[in-house]
Design a protein around this ligand. Structure first.
Ligand SMILES: *Cc1c(COP(=O)(O)O)cnc(C)c1O
Length: 372
């Protein structure tokens, strides 16, 4: 049985009709860059996140970068985040001219450890970017409380957490800004590149709107130096269609995760993900830990089961960040996780049979290949 890591085609087949109608409407109106289809999606997505405003941008990296620029973060500043994110979180900080500073993560949720946060704050610190990794919110209350005490912005990297909640609050709605990616493989994915910033701050929303469109307030009158980070009309229209299905897709992911954990929990040496009781995890990634991660991936690939690693090298150990001078041993939890994690196939359309097959093959690999 073949089990791909992700099956975008299966989802597309289930919504093909709606998607083609949406694309047709954009073509008929020629609203290709920005425009009414993007505006409609912005309103829908703001409501989905429980926020007043959403600003559609080119991708998730733009969302992070423009949120920081909109808050006036730049050279000389420091921004705190985690080392076990996708590199874009750190890149966006670097591209503002600020310096990324890392704090280690919790063993169980893989998210920012609030107890380590205060030690990383100094008088250059301007913002904290917790990452809601794999679809589970970071423990936001202590992070928000520390930020309040030190007068720092909290920007949520919610690029993997569309629809996740923390104590009933939607991901993206808790900080001054929430940043989302609609990269095709995300829980809400475009058919191309797209992203958004959500916020309740009218001034910040207005500044990001200006920055994404060459700093113009009015066509060809440029108040500040911005960039072209607009969302495509076609992506806006497709995202409006797909947003309607996200709650149901997220519920399917949660069901799949429960079944995986139930089937895998009896296997010696396999650590299944922890769902914190403070919120709802939306399982962008279903990640297990095991001693011989590479051995497990090889054994599963031989049975046509395809896995991922998110991410094999923590950001502070990437060549791109050599200049920070942070060698191995600085963030021991993130480093240990990086060597043990495997992302199993996860998408809404996965079948129970496929999940059972994956779990069974993990058990066989543990017994025969001794990967645990
Ligand atoms: C996907 C992702 C991003 C970047 O989003 P793009 O749309 O690919 O630019 C940033 N942070 C995290 C945690 C992500 O998963």
């Amino acid at each position: 049985m073949k089990v791909p890591f992700l099956d975008l085609r299966a989802q597309y087949e289930s919504i093909k009709q709606e998607v083609w109608q949406a694309i047709q409407a954009v073509l008929d109106s020629t609203a290709f860059a920005g425009g009414p289809f993007v505006e409609r999606f912005e309103q829908q997505f703001a409501a989905f996140c429980g926020c007043k405003y959403a600003v559609g941008v080119g991708n998730g990296t733009d969302a992070l970068w423009l949120a920081m620029l909109g808050l006036g973060i730049g050279p000389g500043d420091e921004v705190i985040t985690v080392p076990n994110s996708f590199i874009a979180t750190a890149e966006a900080i670097s591209l503002t001219g600020a310096r990324p500073v890392f704090v280690d993560v919790q063993e169980d949720t893989f998210n920012m450890d609030p107890q380590l946060l205060e030690a990383a704050i100094n008088d250059k610190t301007r913002a904290i970017i917790p990452v809601h990794l794999y679809g589970q919110c970071a423990d936001m209350d202590p992070i928000l409380e520390i930020a309040r005490r030190h007068d720092l912005y909290v920007i949520e990297d919610a690029c993997q957490a569309h629809g996740a909640t923390y104590k009933g609050r939607p991901a993206g709605s808790m900080g001054i800004a929430g940043c989302f990616s609609f990269y095709p493989g995300k829980n809400l994915g475009a058919y191309g590149e797209a992203g958004a910033v959500v916020t309740n701050d009218a001034d910040l929303a207005a500044r990001i709107r200006m920055l994404r469109d060459h700093g113009q307030r009015q066509k060809y009158y440029h108040a500040v130096i911005g960039w072209n980070a607009r969302m495509d009309g076609i992506q806006g229209a497709i995202l409006s269609v797909k947003l309607r299905h996200v709650p149901q897709w997220n519920q399917a992911r949660r069901r799949h995760a429960r079944l995986y954990s139930q089937l895998l929990s009896g296997i010696e040496g396999v650590v299944t993900p922890t769902e914190a009781d403070y919120g709802e995890h939306v399982y962008h990634i279903y990640c297990v830990q095991i001693r011989d991660r590479d051995g497990l991936i090889r054994a599963l690939a031989a049975r046509d089961i395809h896995c991922g690693i998110h991410y094999p090298v923590p950001i502070h150990l990437q060549d791109a960040y050599k200049e920070l001078g942070l060698g191995p041993g600085r963030f021991v939890v993130a480093e240990r996780l990086a060597s043990r994690i495997v992302s199993l196939p996860m998408y809404a359309e996965l079948t129970e049979k496929q999940i059972q097959y994956v779990a069974e093959q993990v058990r066989i690999a543990v017994e025969e290949a001794q990967v645990a």
